[in-house]
Design a protein around this ligand. Structure first.
Ligand code: UDP
Ligand code: MG
Length: 328
């Protein structure tokens, strides 16, 4: 039987912690009773440097339910994505499958069972995808949609309407742990892992209590991070713009020369306007070219794993040969 770890990043979540703990413990009991997960499955709360009583509450829950509730205390606030990563990597060594979910219970805990079913059917990553954004404000809905479109335009693969509510098998988390980058955007990284994936659909609810820990400023930072960590397209755009302006400068040259010969210009205007157009385009293009190299260096320094081998078919004799070679 597979041991499940539910990973919950928490930042100043004292109002919801007990409620979340109760709801998730019920899910664990239910799934264990149905023989879908091991009875020693657990919840792993990650305290992301909260300034309220979140950690004290996690300790208390652990005292009350030592088997089911565990905790990780980060020394300071590192943000949702890193806190979640810390939780996933800690859970990786202690479980066979993980589900990550926010502490505020906006995501439907009832579909965890469906996620586990899909996992048993062979999927390594199961995305929680929200059906409709009815509970969101008009502003949040449109900005979110614009964000997904922009990501697609920049060539970043993401799952539409999926945030960080997802199931990952142990081997998926293990491959994820080989990504050493610090500027994390987990949603963009998942498709790079590979393996069979699936989705479950749910309605996103209102926060149970407390208020959002993601103000507009943090959301914009996440969006920018998502694009800049996965795409060097903006650099190519600069290069393209430079080329475009050089073409414009040629048209401007024709116009300026015609004006010059028809004699309707102030002396000095022709050479000046030509230089401005041409040099402007040249400079933009040069910046774009330098940028191409910087973009490549950026991708190299991340040292991302280049592939993920799922299976190797070979016969035993070959394996033995390899081993003796290794010994030599
Ligand atoms: N969170 C975190 N560190 C932060 C900010 C948020 O661990 O610096 C956690 C938070 O406790 C919650 C999750 O990330 O479990 C999502 O935050 P929230 O629900 O406030 O975001 P929203 O749903 O409003 O986008
Ligand atoms: Mg939330």
């Amino acid at each position: 039987m597979d041991r499940l770890a539910i990973v919950v990043p928490c930042y100043n979540e004292e109002e919801v912690l007990k409620i979340a703990s109760k709801a998730l413990r019920e899910v664990l009991c239910d799934l264990a009773a149905k023989n879908k997960i091991a009875p020693d499955s657990f919840i792993l709360f990650v305290n992301d440097g909260s300034r309220d009583r979140t950690w004290e509450l996690i300790e208390e829950e652990h005292r009350l339910y030592p088997e089911q509730v565990r905790g990780v205390k980060l020394a300071g606030n590192v943000g949702h994505q890193l806190a979640l990563t810390a939780g996933l990597l800690t859970a990786m060594e202690r479980s066979d499958v993980t589900v990550s979910i926010d502490a505020d219970l906006q995501d439907d805990v009832a579909v965890i069972e469906e996620m586990i079913d899909k996992f048993h059917q062979g999927s390594d990553i199961v995305y929680g995808v929200r059906k409709e954004r009815k509970s969101d404000t008009f502003f949040k809905r449109t900005t979110a949609q614009a964000f997904y479109k922009l990501m697609a335009l920049m060539g970043v693969r993401t799952v539409y309407n999926h945030a960080d509510f997802r199931l990952m098998s142990k081997r998926a988390v293990e491959h994820f742990s080989r990504f050493k980058e610090t500027n994390l955007f987990l949603r963009g990284m998942m498709p790079l892992i590979g393996y069979q994936t699936d989705s479950v659909y749910y309605d996103r609810k209102e926060r149970v209590a407390g208020e959002s820990k993601y103000p507009l400023k943090k959301m914009l930072a996440l969006a920018f991070n998502g694009i800049s960590s996965f795409s060097v397209k903006p650099i190519s755009m600069i290069l393209g713009m430079g080329l475009f302006i050089i073409i414009c400068s040629m048209l401007a040259a024709i116009y300026a020369l015609i004006s010059y010969f028809t004699g309707s210009v102030v002396p000095g205007w022709t050479s000046l306007i030509l230089s401005i157009w041409f040099l402007g385009g040249l400079q933009l293009m040069a910046i774009g070219m330098v940028g191409q190299y910087i973009g490549k260096i950026y991708m190299e320094v991340k040292q991302r794993p280049r592939y993920n081998i799922e299976k190797i078919l070979e016969c035993d004799s070959l394996v033995k040969e390899q081993e003796t070679q290794d010994e030599l």
